[in-house]
Design a protein around this ligand. Structure first.
Ligand code: THG
Length: 367
């Protein structure tokens, strides 16, 4: 049909060759890289994540490193979440906002040392943003994208696989905590995190030449639990209500609209970007909110990749930002960004290019 023209501007993950060997069938672009999105059997890959253990190349989750005297100060200026109690060895989910209070990325922030932080970013250019802010605020901090590439091991049996490789201590590692360690001399960060609600770990590979080796060690160790390749799973994440920045958000979305208000602290220092707008939005109340939708159609949705309009009585009240067939709910479900006028329980029409469905708004998460 067509092919991608090779260019140094699009980088490959250190696990790319391994995913090709394991039969990857599709990708989509993320942070100027390729994110695997399928190995040919979506149902099997889904149930493996729900009941077993799945390994993902998520090297596209690039790190933005802040290092130096003012690293801590800059991390806080960029993050409308209180970081004063963030410990070395701990991570936090943060909604980075611009001066309008609009989310520009939703990374996981990790504190490695008193003066060293990593933002593990979603799909937008935090590196340039952080550098510009550091310069404008006269901060003494070095900002780079280090050679670090996460791989995720997710699912209820992930803990068995990871403890068989690293030792029993990993069972006691708390959610969103990490330890710097190594495996056969491969340096990595072992974090209890991951973009699913099935539990698991992420291994942040700190030497891009060792991707193949790390992939194969985990693949081999996971055999007794029937590990197999997977990817950030759209069905599971919609069921679980995990946000996809850029997928479920637009250029006006603030944290209160997409259920991230609980990660915003309004008592952070005054110089935190977006704070005054966030206070205003919080006081006035957001104009939109994120709800689920259950569609009436029996036709099994695949991921469609475009927003659908949501109507009630011919009035457009928002958008369905993603929708897919849920293997557990056995209905088509979706996430919606809609006017606060529209409430859970209401019936709506969903429309795109003349294709129309009916559905009912619901609370989130689905499961
Ligand atoms: N892991 C790492 N980096 C990432 C992601 C990841 N970068 C990009 C993207 N994912 C960032 N977005 C999210 C969104 C949700 C969560 C993590 C990263 C998440 N949320 C939980 C929830 O909403 O229930 C828990 C948050 C909490 O309670 O602190 O895990 O997956 N390395």
């Amino acid at each position: 049909m067509f092919e991608f023209t090779p260019t140094p501007r699009v980088k490959r993950s250190p696990f790319y060759d391994a995913t090709v060997r394991d039969g990857v069938k599709s990708f989509y672009p993320y942070n100027n890289m390729f994110l695997p999105t399928g190995y040919g059997d979506p149902e099997k890959e889904y149930w493996r994540l729900i009941n077993g253990v799945s390994m993902w190349d998520v090297g596209v989750q690039r790190q933005v490193e802040l290092f130096g005297k003012d690293a801590c100060k800059l991390a806080q200026i960029l993050s409308p979440r209180d970081l004063s109690n963030l410990e070395i060895g701990q991570s936090k989910y943060v909604a980075l906002c611009d001066h309008r209070g609009v989310i520009i990325n939703d990374p996981i922030l990790s504190k490695l040392e008193e003066n060293k932080f990593w933002f593990s970013i979603a799909d937008s250019k935090v590196l340039f943003w952080a550098r510009a802010i550091a310069y404008e605020r006269n901060l003494n901090v070095n900002i780079i994208e280090p050679d670090v590439s996460p791989m995720a091991i997710q699912g209820p049996k992930a803990v068995d696989v990871i403890s068989s490789v690293f030792g029993e201590w990993v069972r006691d590692l708390k959610y969103f905590y990490f330890k710097e360690t190594s495996l056969n001399g491969i340096p990595l960060l072992l974090v209890r995190s991951g973009w699913s609600k099935q539990g698991g770990y992420e291994l942040y590979l700190m030497d891009g030449s060792k991707g193949d080796e790390l992939w194969d060690i985990i693949k081999e160790a996971g055999k007794p639990w029937d590990i197999g390749p997977g990817y950030p799973n759209t069905v599971e994440r919609i069921e679980s209500g995990l946000l996809s920045w850029g997928g479920d958000t637009d250029d006006n979305t603030n944290p209160y609209e997409v259920r991230l208000g609980k990660y915003v602290d309004l008592d952070v220092p005054e110089d935190v970007i977006g704070l005054s707008e966030l206070k205003k939005i919080n006081q006035e109340g957001p104009k939109r909110h994120q709800l689920g939708i259950v569609l009436d159609t029996e036709e099994k949705f695949k991921s469609h990749g475009v927003w659908y309009d949501i109507f009630v009585n011919n009035e457009k009240l928002g958008d369905m930002t993603c929708g897919i067939w849920s293997n557990r709910i056995k209905k088509n479900i979706g996430l919606c960004l809609v006017s606060v006028k529209l409430k859970s329980g209401e019936k709506v029409k969903v429309n795109k290019n003349g294709i129309e469905y009916t559905g009912t708004m619901t609370e989130l998460p689905f499961i």
